[in-house]
Design a binder for this molecule. Structure first.
Ligand SMILES: Cc1cc2nc3c(=O)[nH]c(=O)nc-3n(C[C@H](O)[C@H](O)[C@H](O)COP(=O)(O)OP(=O)(O)OC[C@H]3O[C@@H](n4cnc5c(N)ncnc54)[C@H](O)[C@@H]3O)c2cc1C
Length: 301
């Protein structure tokens, strides 16, 4: 990287969303720098599914191929470093990296993802992305027909239960304490043969992240090979908030239909901005950001 070089765009976060934006911008012959701290949210998952041409590949293999293709464009540079501070404003941003370099950019893209916050249930964190899963389209097929749980309460549990019933008829909702599911919904669940278990979950027993059974607080054990869960999350990177980007009530960086944030010259894409959480959605949003960043740089956005 040449000293004092001014990049059209510095992309912070070089996973699926960031690399997709870099691909569009590299093909638009834009000088861009990708900064990445190497901690994508799906790193523990053994196989990624439901992304065309890469179904069943490891997350690392998808990223490695993406990186090789993106870095073939001579105007794209990549640094394995975190961005730790941003100063300046539209058309003259200065990004400080963890190693203390300062890089200048006309525009910024945050593709920094989210960080899942693991509940204090022994076995949960170890099994996250392996057999404790967030999405049936990503991992449900591998656990079809098997004893499956949902760790949720109230209306969201009912909605997810009706969806997951498509993959298995051995389904239990673990409300992890008193159920807040409405009586009418309880009847619907019973009619669909979906059990509801209110005893608190004490432990998820597993072998190398593959669940074997759940241990309840009253000592009972129930066989379980997959558990759907929606743990709370925080933004992986605090810089968009520090820069004044408006966030939604749910905690996502707010963007418009072109991936623009509320701050001039700053875009965001991928998991950081959307509850639609899949590689394909991140790639779509990254491509969109790349295309509209290029239009903004041309003054035709
Ligand atoms: C356990 C699990 C399993 C999943 N399985 C599937 C699946 O099978 N199929 C599927 O389609 N989807 C799956 N997903 C969803 C998919 O992984 C995400 O939607 C996707 O990774 C989002 O891409 P992203 O680029 O927005 O964020 P991420 O992939 O999370 O990448 C964000 C990147 O930004 C970097 N970063 C953060 N802060 C900084 C900073 N300050 N400076 C520099 N870099 C920074 C991080 O290190 C990381 O590399 C899974 C998700 C999880 C959590």
């Amino acid at each position: 990287m040449k000293n004092q070089e001014l990049f059209d765009v510095v992309i912070i976060g070089g996973s699926y969303a960031g690399l997709s934006a870099a691909l569009a911008l590299g093909r638009a012959i834009r000088p861009v720098l990708v900064l990445d701290s190497g901690q994508p949210c799906n790193h523990q998952t053994p196989h990624s599914h439901n992304f065309l041409t890469q179904d069943g590949s490891t997350p690392a293999a998808i990223t490695a191929l993406a990186k090789a293709q993106v870095l073939a464009y001579p105007t794209v540079q990549y640094l394995s470093e975190a961005a730790v501070a941003v100063a300046g404003e539209n058309d003259q941003f200065a990004v400080t990296t963890a190693a203390g370099s300062i890089v200048k950019a006309r525009k910024l893209l945050f593709a920094t993802g989210i960080r899942d916050l693991m509940p204090a249930i022994p076995g949960f964190a170890e099994s996250w992305g392996i057999s404790v899963i967030h999405c049936p389209y990503c991992h449900g097929y591998e656990y079809r027909g098997q004893p499956t749980g949902i760790l949720l309460n109230g209306d969201p549990a009912v909605e997810l239960g009706r969806l997951i019933r498509n993959w298995t008829d051995e389904l239990t909702i673990f409300t992890n304490g008193k159920s807040s599911i409405q009586p009418a919904h309880r009847q619907q669940l019973a009619a669909s043969h979906i059990a509801v278990e209110e005893a608190p979950v004490q432990q998820l027993a597993h072998r190398d992240g593959y669940l074997t059974h759940v241990v309840l607080a009253d000592g009972r054990q129930r066989p379980l090979t997959a558990l759907y869960a929606r743990p709370p999350f925080e933004q992986h990177c605090a810089l968009p908030r520090a820069l004044g980007c408006v966030h939604t009530e749910a905690g996502y960086v707010e963007v418009d239909g072109f991936q623009k944030t509320s701050v001039a010259g700053i875009y965001a894409a991928g998991d950081a901005t959307s509850m639609m959480r899949a590689v394909s959605w991140a790639v779509t949003a990254g491509t969109m950001a790349g295309v509209f960043l290029n239009k903004e740089l041309l003054g035709i956005a």
